[in-house]
Design a protein around this ligand. Structure first.
Ligand SMILES: Nc1ncnc2c1ncn2[C@@H]1O[C@H](COP(=O)(O)OP(=O)(O)OP(=O)(O)O)[C@@H](O)[C@H]1O
Length: 647
């Protein structure tokens, strides 16, 4: 990065620092509805750190399957000024969301874009736009188990440009709660789309609150009023309007606003078929349509009128519709040419743009800690799920333990012991793999949004979330192991008990690691659940129980080498038998020959050998299980990071 680019980065960071300090010092403007609409009563706009956003010749082409290309935006240009509320309107499919996505540099993975996004005369890269702006997307997704206040606290901890102490954090959160009229529901759980808790309007205001935490000079909102009644819509737009009084540049797409909502707009950008049909002061749109030959009829509101003019009517042909839109677009261009002096922007050259890079406000460890804390809270609040898993573990352990009730190390029980060892390995997979696979399922849209808002890196999320989730997989194997050992009658020493517990814990953590990795790689729960057995079942078959190692055909040997089932099975067999002398009932050689494939199991080590295991392999078994755990963790982190970055 050259010196000039560096100084520009510093300038952006200074802006942010300044913005954040101002936010912290700012008094809450608790205005009433009428206040919000009448200019003179408002606090005068703070004119520092203001950002004028200009976009020029924005083009967007969606590249679909089989090379089909759909032109979405065609040379779209416009301006959004500080202290003004700009509405982007247009009929469904006109390209409003695509325009916002391009301006904010998000969700454009299969869209080819052209054009310039300029702030205060300087070209912006997507990363710079992310730093300077906030984007409230149409679907407000949150962690449903957290309360409103906890959600804001989490966002503040990770988004604030400075590390906040407890008092500062609480003060910022409280100010936002008041500013967004969320105080009365601060301790209400956010809930999900299916489990309702907050009203839609409250969810929307919470989404704003999370985004304006860093006091961004530019705020984008996609359909902030969708699904809200007219009162709620008014409240939400009023909240946006209020932000413009601090000098913010607020741009939002909006569908069919009521007259009272529309009156709050300063500027209007009207899109039709990917073209700009009008861009200018909201108050002058009626005059413009009059000039195009579509004067506003009496008793019809302005937005109703122009939306009707730019919409395709069911009774008209495609040609008639296109002719009308071309006429309006041409008229708008003529009008712009007449005022051409006003639209010029002085922009620096594109080469001066700063290269894209992730820039998070907190260190990786900080991100890990806060996400771990949130995930642990989530887990704790989902106690019913934990209880179900506990009951399942208890029932399965007692049932399986019952099969090996009072089992001893005796000639007659040797086949049963093989079952005992293998079922221990098996249960660590069967009990915990499927629940572990669902770990990111509900959070996925939230993680995408939070990553796009530069809150944390996907690797911090993946490792924190899976670590928090894994705590239960330390406890359940202990319960299972204790019941199994308690019901059997094996020779227990501290050495044997400790190893059996540790092996089971490692196997359960490895099983979860595999499942989480598959969830990350497949990206879809159903796909993951289908693919997982394709890998696990063959490895289980070559785990040493169904076929001994030395009987495996050579072409399947590589599967046996990587079968963590085999290493678990071997490790459990070793710890119970390595120090065992004469096995009761094995004195008579004829019976030994009957039940042993190799004709020698009179002692513990001989029995180990008979299973095609090596007494000296215990630490190799541990190493392989640990290596498998690490391998799946790393693969999971890489797959998850890739998936989130391309979302
Ligand atoms: N990633 C994409 N891949 C393919 N087509 C896309 C993509 N994004 C948008 N489109 C298409 O571009 C057009 C404009 O979509 P966009 O979501 O921007 O419209 P909109 O004006 O926001 O519509 P609405 O008001 O219904 O949300 C639509 O026809 C849509 O199908």
């Amino acid at each position: 990065m050259d010196a000039k680019a560096l100084s520009e980065v510093e300038e952006v960071e200074k802006d942010l620092k300044h913005a954040s300090e101002r936010f912290r010092k700012s008094k809450v403007h608790s205005t009433t509805a009428s206040d919000a609409e009448s200019g003179p009563k408002h606090p005068p706009p703070i004119k520092t750190n203001t950002k004028k956003l200009t976009f020029q010749n924005i083009e967007a082409i969606a590249v679909k399957k089989k090379g089909i290309r759909q032109e979405i935006l065609k040379k779209v240009s416009g301006v959004a000024r500080p202290g003004e509320l700009t509405f982007i309107m247009g009929s469904s499919g006109a390209g409003k969301t695509t325009l916002l996505n391009i301006l904010t540099g998000r969700n454009i993975k299969n869209i080819e874009t052209e054009g310039e996004v300029i702030v205060n005369g300087r070209h912006m890269t997507p990363t710079e736009m992310k730093r300077l702006s906030a984007y409230v997307q149409q679907d407000d997704v949150f962690i449903g188990m957290l309360t409103v206040k906890e959600t804001l606290r989490f966002a503040a901890k990770l988004r604030s440009p400075f590390k906040l102490d407890k008092v500062e954090l609480e003060s910022i959160v409280d100010e936002l709660l008041v500013m967004m009229s969320l105080k009365k529901c601060e301790n209400t759980k956010v809930g999900s789309m299916t489990e309702k808790s907050l009203s839609r309007g409250e969810r929307k205001r919470l989404a704003f609150a999370c985004e304006i935490l860093t006091d961004p000079p530019i705020l984008f909102c996609d359909e902030p009023t969708s699904g809200l009644d007219s009162f709620m819509s008014h409240q939400v737009i009023k909240a946006l309007r209020q932000l413009t009084y601090e000098g913010k540049t607020v741009v939002c797409t909006i569908h069919q606003p009521s007259t009272s909502v529309y009156q709050m707009a300063d500027q209007l950008i009207l899109l039709s078929q990917g073209h700009i049909a009008y861009a200018g002061p909201a108050k002058q749109v009626d005059a413009f349509f009059g000039r195009c030959g579509y004067p506003i009829p009496k008793f019809v509101s302005s937005p109703d009128h122009f939306m009707r003019v730019i919409s395709h009517k069911s009774f008209e042909s495609e040609e008639e519709y296109n002719t009308r839109i071309v006429k309006i677009v041409d008229e708008h261009e003529t009008m712009l040419k007449e005022k051409s002096g006003h639209s010029s922007t002085h922009s620096s050259r594109r080469e001066q743009a700063i290269p894209d890079a992730d820039s998070f406000s907190r260190t990786w460890w900080c991100q890990f800690y806060y996400i771990f804390h949130r995930s642990a809270t989530q887990l704790y609040r989902e106690r019913a799920v934990l209880m179900t898993k506990l009951i399942q573990t208890l029932i399965m352990s007692v049932m399986i333990g019952g099969c090996y009730f009072q089992m001893q190390i005796h000639r007659d029980y040797l086949p049963s012991f093989k079952g005992f060892a293998f079922v221990s390995v098996q249960m660590m997979h069967m009990l915990f793999m499927m629940p572990a696979m669902t770990v990111f399922w509900k959070d996925y849209p939230v993680v995408v949004r939070e990553f796009q808002a530069n809150m944390y890196s996907p690797s911090a999320y993946y490792l924190a979330k899976t670590t928090a989730d894994s705590v239960q997989y330390l406890v359940f194997p202990v319960i299972f192991s204790a019941i199994m050992l308690g019901m059997a009658n094996l020779p227990y020493t501290i050495y044997i008990i400790t190893h059996y517990l540790v092996i089971n814990i490692l196997l359960s953590l490895n099983a979860c690691s595999i499942a989480q990795s598959f969830a990350a790689m497949c990206g879809h729960l159903a796909t993951g659940m289908t693919v997982l057995p394709i890998v696990c079942v063959p490895l289980m078959v070559f785990g040493g129980f169904m076929i001994t190692y030395d009987a495996i055909p050579w072409y399947f040997l590589p599967l046996a080498w990587i079968s963590w089932y085999k290493y678990g099975f071997e490790a459990i067999t070793i710890v119970f038998f390595e120090s065992h002398g004469q096995i009761d009932g094995c004195g008579d050689n004829s019976t030994v020959v009957e039940m042993s494939s190799q004709g020698n199991c009179s002692t513990g080590p001989a029995f180990i050998k008979d299973q095609a295991f090596e007494v000296s392999n215990l630490w190799i078994d541990y190493t392989v299980i640990l290596a498998a755990l690490l391998f799946w963790k790393i693969l999971g982190v890489l797959a998850f990071s890739w998936r989130i970055r391309r979302a």
